[in-house]
Write a protein that binds this ligand. Structure first.
Ligand SMILES: *Cc1c(COP(=O)(O)O)cnc(C)c1O
Length: 429
């Protein structure tokens, strides 16, 4: 009975997995360069060369093959300035996916618009274009989609829908730095691509973000919106300010510090090789999991020409796992391997952080309390049946993928010995 580690048995292979984030000498050098001069943010007088914030914006735009990048304080503020730059506000609706981080909805609420939550495609766990089509109404202004875990949303279908209905498309790329759709990086397919560089993402400075676009006018507005309404001086000379008091819109301060930009400039150099390493390990894991009953890795849509893995995800068939939920199986896998296995997000309507009743500000959005009452079968199924593994484990040596597969096979074989936590089915954490 005590075969499984979670029941007191011996772990299959108690091992250490690569830590995340990963420091590099370029990252350290960049940070020391910032500390040794007097300009720690864009609001300091310019030195005799471009600061890291400007450098990183250029490097990241080049990496994504887009024209413009506005570095921001975090992914949430990138989404916020995207919505504001698109002119979305009171009385508008924005369609968002039902399986995502809570920022997808909270940023829409922050501009006093209504987040219309729709179900996800059970194959990719990304927003279902058919559900989007059904949700479009006279107040719809934009669709804010998320490229979730290792998937890219169906950008062909979504762009087509948005074009035909005159809607803006926001791509939330917080989980997909470097993924490609039909040979071009995500982030440049929608009107705006919003990125997060928070601690656990594929590219990180601890906190940070970027909003990218091909549209010069949107760029100008987003730049001002994150710079307290100040505009960017075209060609500032040394000792001059880079921000001038001459913007056209009222903004807030969502600027990225030079320290974060210095880290990101160093980390971006590693990203392509890290993405390649993770993808090779993911493919190896795909092949190994094929041998295990009731286990199916999430497949990408055929248009995904380069896949990234923020979280590697696989479905467990409840029949092959004694009826257990992903949450229970993930805990057992963690106990066997010490690797970062987890269930997916709770469906957005019942996400514990989506609490529209707690801020008086949301009184301005009629009917907002109803968003927590929705039932989304696709998101519910994903929450019950999808297990994920954080990308740091995919940075391990290729041989170690076998350990992960062995652990999944062991937990599957002994699934009858598992006990669900008493709160399992209702506790969304
Ligand atoms: C992380 C994340 C965000 C928020 O980014 P922050 O940098 O934490 O503000 C938004 N959307 C998605 C899909 C995310 O994964």
């Amino acid at each position: 009975m005590a075969e499984l580690a979670i029941n007191g048995g011996a772990p299959l292979r108690p091992g250490r997995w690569p830590s995340w984030p990963q420091q590099t000498s370029a990252t350290v050098d960049n940070v020391l360069t910032v500390l040794s001069n007097s300009r720690w943010a864009v609001s300091g007088p310019r030195l005799d060369h471009p600061g890291f914030e400007e450098r990183f914006a250029d490097e990241f735009a080049r990496f994504l093959d887009v024209e413009h990048c506005v570095p921001t304080a975090n992914g949430t503020s990138s989404l916020l300035i995207a919505l504001e730059a698109l002119g979305i506000g009171v009385g508008d609706e924005v369609i968002v996916p039902g399986l995502t981080w809570v920022a997808s909805a909270s940023t829409v609420m922050a501009v006093n618009a209504f987040p219309v939550i729709v179900d996800v495609d059970p194959q990719t766990m990304c927003i279902d274009p058919e559900a989007v089509r059904a949700a479009i109404g006279p107040r719809t202004r934009a669709v804010s989609v998320v490229h979730l875990y290792s998937s890219v949303s169906d950008l062909d279908a979504l762009r087509d829908l948005c074009r035909r209905h005159g809607l803006a498309l926001i791509e939330d790329c917080a989980q997909a730095h470097g993924a490609e759709w039909n040979g071009r990086k995500v982030g440049g397919w929608g009107d705006v691509g919003a990125f997060s560089m928070q601690q656990v993402k594929l590219l990180t400075a601890g906190e940070g973000g970027s909003a990218v676009t091909r549209d010069r006018e949107l760029y100008r507005r987003m730049y001002q919106l994150r710079s307290d309404g100040r505009s960017r001086v075209a060609a500032p000379r040394p000792n001059e300010m880079e921000l001038s008091m001459t913007g056209e819109v009222m903004g807030s301060n969502y600027c990225m510090s030079e320290l974060a930009a210095a880290v990101l400039s160093g980390q971006l150099r590693e990203l392509p090789a890290q993405n390649t390493h993770r993808a090779a390990n993911a493919r190896a894991l795909d092949a190994l999991l094929e041998e295990i009953p009731g286990v199916t890795p999430v497949a990408a849509l055929p248009q995904v020409t380069r896949r990234t893995y923020y979280y590697y995800a696989f479905r467990i068939d409840p029949e092959a796992f004694a009826g257990h939920r992903a949450e229970t199986v993930a805990a057992a896998l963690q106990a066997e391997t010490s690797a970062p296995f987890q269930p997916v997000y709770p469906p957005l309507p019942r996400h514990p952080l989506l609490r529209p009743a707690t801020k008086r500000r949301y009184d301005a959005i009629p009917g907002i309390e109803k968003i927590t009452e929705q039932m989304l079968p696709g998101a519910e199924t994903a929450y019950r049946e999808q297990v994920t593994l954080h990308h740091s484990a995919l940075l391990a040596e290729p041989e170690r993928m076998g350990e992960l597969a062995e652990a999944i096979a062991k937990v599957q074989r002994h699934a009858g010995d598992l006990t669900a936590p008493s709160t399992a089915s209702d506790n969304p954490l």
